[in-house]
Design a protein around this ligand. Structure first.
Ligand code: 13P
Ligand code: SF4
Length: 347
């Protein structure tokens, strides 16, 4: 049975959400009270059920500030999930992230509240297509972006995230003349340019695209710089090479947040999914953020009601199940990423 909060408990929870900056993001008092009732119940139930709630930075603010045990980019979440000691993981993010948590925690119950939350990159390639690419390019290591299914990971040599792709692909080139980088075409083009490698012959990529990041373009960047003198423009590495060539930083969401934290600029523009800007506004209320973002329908499919349902009585679709043999094969390239990403010997 889920405990029910009293009126006083709901009001005190709403005050906590207010203190986290939700009102500044536009939440009305009525919305804060509605969220507070749910976050109170989720937090009570998560203790009773011995669950942890990892939350990606693109998730809604009421989830990040209301119920998250940890928040971060794909790398940080996969690392922390690997260390989680609770019985259950309720993953607020998209399927490839929850699958990664399951691969690293086979014996735990992993729940994905928004069971249908996919990712256009993950859906762009299958295990069979990777097998065909490997047959076409024998000997080339398969470096795979974490935004892929467990089946695709299982066919890979090493997984990367936006936080370490450049470092790991560079390492692969120390040992190989040719590298397969899957499935993000734009990130592949950005990497080839940054590492001085020929696209198509040295760095072979796939035709996957992020439906959010492929739509930003470079055309208005000069205009924004005029409108907001001194603005620092940061773009996610899934954006196009044209855009990437005119911004101040290209990187993952973790890189963007640490750039904002460590610099003092008149304003910042975070070219990525809108959740990151919202999080930055609450974390750095003294800084100015110029709006420039798009919503990811997959990331925004998670709501508090679904998180509560997953904890109370998960639907079969909310339970992430993967065959043991597949987990074992997919775990190896993820563990290789942990080793290579944290190898500081040559830095
Ligand atoms: P990050 O790992 O940079 O948070 O990226 C995840 C993602 O889905 C980007 O669109
Ligand atoms: Fe996938 Fe793009 Fe959404 Fe990230 S923002 S989950 S890459 S579709």
């Amino acid at each position: 049975m889920t405990p029910e909060p009293t009126r006083a408990q709901i009001e005190s929870e709403a005050e906590r959400l207010f203190s986290r900056g939700l009102a500044d993001l536009g939440y009305t008092d009525a919305e804060l009270l509605r969220c507070a009732r749910l976050t109170w119940k989720i937090n009570a139930l998560k203790k009773l059920k011995d669950a942890v709630i990892p939350v990606h930075v693109y998730q809604r603010a009421e989830i990040i500030h209301g119920v998250a045990d940890f928040t971060g980019d794909s790398y940080k979440l996969s690392k922390l999930c690997a260390q989680a000691d609770a019985k259950r993981i309720v993953f607020c993010g998209v399927r490839f992230m929850a699958e990664t948590a399951k691969i690293l925690n086979e014996d735990k119950e992993v729940l994905l509240p928004a069971a249908e939350a996919g990712c256009s990159l993950s859906e762009s390639i299958t295990g069979e297509q990777v097998r065909r690419l490997k047959a076409k390019h024998p000997g080339a290591p398969v470096v795979t972006y974490i935004n892929t299914s467990a089946e695709v990971k299982a066919e890979s040599d090493v997984i990367v995230t936006s936080a370490n792709a450049s470092k790991i692909v560079a390492k692969m080139f120390e040992m190989h003349e040719r590298v397969l980088f899957l499935p993000d075409e734009l990130m592949g083009r950005n990497l080839a340019k940054a590492l001085g490698r020929k696209l198509g012959s040295e760095l072979i990529t796939w035709k996957g695209r992020c439906i959010v990041h492929e739509n930003f373009d470079a055309a208005s960047v000069a205009l924004y710089r005029k409108m907001y003198p001194g603005v620092k423009i940061l773009a996610h590495s899934e954006c196009s090479p044209g855009l990437v060539s005119v911004v101040d930083l290209i990187g993952g969401t973790g890189d963007m947040m640490s750039y904002v934290e460590k610099t003092k600029a008149s304003s910042y523009m975070l070219i990525t999914e809108c959740g990151l800007g919202d999080l930055a506004r609450t974390r750095f209320p003294e800084k100015t953020f110029v709006p420039m973002c798009r919503l990811c329908p997959h990331m925004k499919a998670t709501g508090l009601e679904r998180v509560l349902r997953a904890l109370e009585r998960p639907t079969p679709a909310q339970r992430v199940e993967l065959p043991r043999e597949l987990c074992a094969r997919a775990r190896k390239p993820i563990e290789r990423m942990f080793e290579l990403a944290e190898d500081r010997a040559k830095e």
